[in-house]
Design a protein around this ligand. Structure first.
Ligand code: FAD
Length: 492
């Protein structure tokens, strides 16, 4: 007999609801706990998971395996070629190990819900106890609604409801204990499982050696690193977070998103740690903590949106009328945007930051998403896809939410007539051009003032000499075009 915990995007031992329950169950019954992870290249391909995120996941699995090994808990990993067969395979493994109970945390994307619904049915037919656990959000999706019983489509009232809910239900902020030593003798009974190796990335998702090393340095794997980053951010930088979070030079945010996305860090742990350090308050006392807590809550918000309106997983706009917006399909423009060669220094710096680090600052994510969908008038879904294919923190709900905001086609979007001006954003959030200079070496010798717009401010000769392109569109003209196209569908 045994109990199984199936890891998905919850790659940690600390504060993991399903893992904790699995451990308790094994302990109560005095049987071994076995952990499982299934690598699914088809899922990675279908969900556009970036090679950076695949590499990060595999690195975390190595760390997780070592940590579990110290507790005499095996982590069995295998690659499953056909994603449709994953539920059958999970059941077959439980049967092979004689496990009558299976635990796993829930994922809310449509494919994952379908997969788990099938698994629930198969388990019921096979006499295996299985009910997925809610864990990834601080407040479980479905718990918040307006007084009229409606789902929130606007962040501010949703956030007030989120805060009120946590005040009324403090148990939602209780952290789960980490597992201790395996209650059953797994070393003896399941010897071979301890010899399992971390699968390698499929050929389609391999990183070059150089990039792999770079990302290993930028984002060391595992929950120990995540918890350390959390602590040092909250001790040090959070105080200035409210005022500095949008500044582009320097590092003023936590850069914890890769750890949240892979589940190496629990959002609950992040909120509880911040709350404790903020004298027990979520929405009072220190503005830095308050701002950071409300930012982490955006992650919950977008997951709630996904659960309430699952059709957004199908490439659909949140509001049907936006489906009719006329987009451009200019391949050269799209390529220039991807390559950081649009002639708009702030946009180019950000796109090159993503190429190099597989991560981008939130401010510039807003700038480049607005630029793609409004200045270039390209379909926002092309940008959404490109982000998923390149980010180490690519997360469907947050990415979709961010693109909906930037392109004014999503839930609680930026109003369509408020169009980011790349020049103003650049002057405001990178006043001395330090961020641009770092990522766009062609402009290193350009003065502080001219760097935001070299060709219009007397630095055209340097820019040209160094091969920096002229702007590929005119912002003022693009602005008129996008306003007209939105007005057309909203009136019609
Ligand atoms: P911090 O400022 O330290 O914030 C802490 C945490 O709060 C983040 O790690 C993240 O989990 C959460 N958070 C902060 N802002 C947001 C937000 N606007 N939406 C949702 N969660 C938020 N975030 C992702 O995790 N994955 C994505 O794929 C993603 N794509 C985005 C695409 C666009 C177009 C935009 C505008 C935003 C996107 N974001 C995404 C949200 C945000 O940009 C990143 O979470 C943030 O930049 C990560 O940096 P950080 O960890 O230093 O954040």
């Amino acid at each position: 007999d045994a109990v199984v915990h199936w890891f998905k995007s919850d790659l940690r031992l600390h504060d993991n609801r399903a893992l904790h329950a699995a451990y308790q169950c094994a302990k109560d019954n005095g049987v071994p706990l076995i952990c499982l992870y299934i690598v699914s290249p088809e899922d990675w391909a279908a969900h556009l998971t970036s090679p950076a995120r695949v590499d990060f996941t595999l690195r975390i699995l190595g760390q997780l395996q070592r940590d579990l090994g110290e507790l005499d808990i095996p982590l069995y990993m295998e690659t499953q070629a056909k994603r449709k067969e994953i539920p059958d395979r999970v059941v077959a493994l439980c049967q092979e190990w004689g496990a009558k109970t299976l635990y796993a945390n829930m994922e809310y994307e449509v494919d994952e819900l379908r997969r788990d619904a099938k698994l629930v049915r198969l388990c019921a037919d096979s006499g295996i106890n299985f009910a997925p656990t809610h864990d990834t959000c601080v407040v479980t999706p479905g718990m918040l609604h307006s007084q009229q019983g409606k789902q929130y489509a606007v962040y501010s009232p949703w956030y007030r409801a989120w805060l009120a809910f946590l005040k009324d239900n403090p148990d939602y902020l209780e952290l789960s204990e980490e597992p201790g030593s395996n209650p059953g003798d797994a070393r003896e009974k399941f010897k071979s499982l301890f010899k399992c190796e971390v699968p390698t990335a499929p050929a389609s998702h391999q990183l070059s050696d150089e990039k792999k090393k770079r990302l290993e340095k930028l984002y060391p794997a595992g929950e120990h690193e995540a918890l350390q980053r959390l602590e040092s951010f909250l001790e040090d930088k959070v105080k200035d977070y409210e005022s500095n979070r949008s500044l582009l030079p320097g590092e003023h945010t936590s850069v914890l998103s890769p750890y949240f996305a892979s589940g190496a860090l629990s959002a609950r742990t992040a909120i509880v740690t911040a709350k404790n350090m903020n004298k027990g308050h979520l929405d009072r006392y220190d503005p830095g903590y308050m701002a950071w807590i409300s930012e982490v809550a955006w992650r919950d918000f977008y997951k709630h949106v996904l659960v309430n309106w699952p059709f957004i997983c199908m490439n659909k706009c949140f509001k049907p009328e936006h489906t009719d917006i006329e987009w451009e399909y200019n391949t050269d423009h799209f390529q220039a945007w991807c390559d950081g060669k649009t002639g708009f220094p702030i946009v180019d710096a950000a796109m090159r930051q993503m190429q190099h680090c597989a991560w981008m600052h939130n401010r510039t994510r807003m700038v480049v998403s607005s630029f793609l969908s409004k200045d270039l008038m390209l379909d926002w879904r092309r940008g959404e896809r490109h982000f998923m294919e390149n980010l180490i923190d690519g997360d469907f709900a947050s990415n979709h939410g961010g693109w909906g905001f930037g392109s004014s086609t999503g839930v609680d979007p930026q109003p369509y007539f408020r169009i980011f001006n790349p020049l103003r954003q650049s002057e405001r959030f990178d006043p001395d051009g330090e961020y641009i200079r770092h990522w766009v070496p062609e402009l290193r010798d350009v003065s502080d003032k001219a760097i935001h717009e070299p060709y219009a401010r007397g630095a055209g000769a340097i820019a040209q000499k160094n091969g920096y392109p002229r702007p590929i569109v005119d912002h003022a003209q693009s602005r008129e075009r996008v306003l007209e196209r939105f007005k057309r569908v909203l009136k019609g």
